[in-house]
Design a protein around this ligand. Structure first.
Ligand SMILES: Nc1nc2c(ncn2[C@@H]2O[C@H](COP(=O)(O)OP(=O)(O)OP(=O)(O)O)[C@@H](O)[C@H]2O)c(=O)[nH]1
Ligand SMILES: [Mg+2]
Length: 295
């Protein structure tokens, strides 16, 4: 019999390089929200992948960036916290990424961590081979990477290979989580995240950064129907209008898309009541930061 292997792996990188998309690809199902806007992920998300002879815990982290606001500082702190007791680190970059102050600062943080380091060049489906090589050549002198792998988290290219290499690096150990548990996110946070994803996808400019979603109620109404009440919380009245849209059109779109993705996740029909509320200065209130997994 093969020995059972376990380990924790942190997925790090600058905003928008595809960390959450990679987590979902590794898991084979969507547990983390993604969008084309930077700073989509606000708190660490653990994905637990259990096989016959292994259990891997992947930690998707908020994008590492130079943070000005309090909430952004908390996000970056989350990413740093993920490095405690990890066995491996995936440093995700994309081929056209600029190795500037932010990435240098992240490399400095990673340098101090005793873990197997993987350089993962993501989004290879979108770039010429030369650009991928060029990025690898630029990154090699920066840190000692045990493995370098080009992947496409979106298309799934090399994700199996990444899993294989990761398992080779893991040590024998016992499972920490029950086999059926796929994430440590509480249900109310996961629901709020799936709704927040739609705000990130459907609204432009600053609005997505000005909102938080609060799950108010989750009830199993029958074997195949789940009732959810939630609120999108904004900072100002004018933002409320933008989230609702003309004749309620925007809120309806957010609600419909959220229902579809929640229904896919839970495997039941979803009855969603979605409100918009104004709570001025929520960014500075503990209650709203904790709600999102930030503390
Ligand atoms: N073409 C291509 N796009 C990708 C790939 N992986 C991710 N993306 C896209 O890149 C954007 C950002 O993806 P996310 O997974 O949200 O990125 P992230 O690193 O988690 O971003 P933050 O949470 O904001 O730090 C989305 O539009 C994804 O669809 C890939 O392999 N190929
Ligand atoms: Mg993310």
């Amino acid at each position: 019999m093969k020995e059972f292997k376990t380990g924790f792996i942190s997925i790090m990188g600058r905003p928008n390089v595809g960390k959450s998309t990679l987590l979902n690809a590794l898991m084979g199902e969507k547990i983390a929200i993604t969008s084309s806007k930077p700073q989509t992920t606000r708190a660490n998300i653990q994905g637990i992948l259990t096989g016959e002879d292994f259990q891997l815990v992947f930690i998707d982290t908020p994008g590492y960036h130079k943070a000005k606001d309090n909430i952004n500082k908390m996000m970056v702190q989350q990413a740093k916290d993920s490095l405690e007791a990890v066995d491996a680190i995936y440093l995700l970059v994309q081929p056209d990424e600029f190795i500037g102050a932010e990435l240098q600062s992240l490399l400095k943080v990673l340098d101090k961590v005793d873990a197997v380091k993987f350089l993962i060049i993501n989004k290879v489906d979108n770039y010429k081979r030369e650009a991928v090589y060029e990025m690898a050549n630029k990154m090699f002198p920066q840190m000692e990477f045990k493995h370098v792998l080009p992947v496409s988290a979106l298309k799934g290219t090399n994700v199996d290979k990444l899993l294989e290499l990761t398992l080779e690096e893991m040590e024998a150990g016992e499972a920490i989580f029950p086999a059926e548990e796929i994430t440590t996110q509480p249900e109310n946070l996961l629901v709020a995240e799936f709704i927040r994803e739609q705000v990130f996808r459907q609204l432009s400019d600053e609005i997505p950064y000005q909102i938080v979603v609060e799950t108010e109620k989750i009830e199993d109404r029958s074997d195949d129907l789940m009732y959810i009440a939630a609120s999108i919380i904004v900072n100002r009245d004018s933002q409320k209008g933008m989230v609702i849209g003309k004749g309620g059109k925007m809120l309806k779109e957010i609600s419909t898309a959220s229902r579809v993705s929640l229904s896919n996740f839970f495997g039941v029909k979803i009855y969603l009541e979605l409100y918009v509320k104004v709570k001025t200065g929520w960014q500075t209130k503990d209650e709203y930061l904790k709600m999102q997994g930030l503390y």
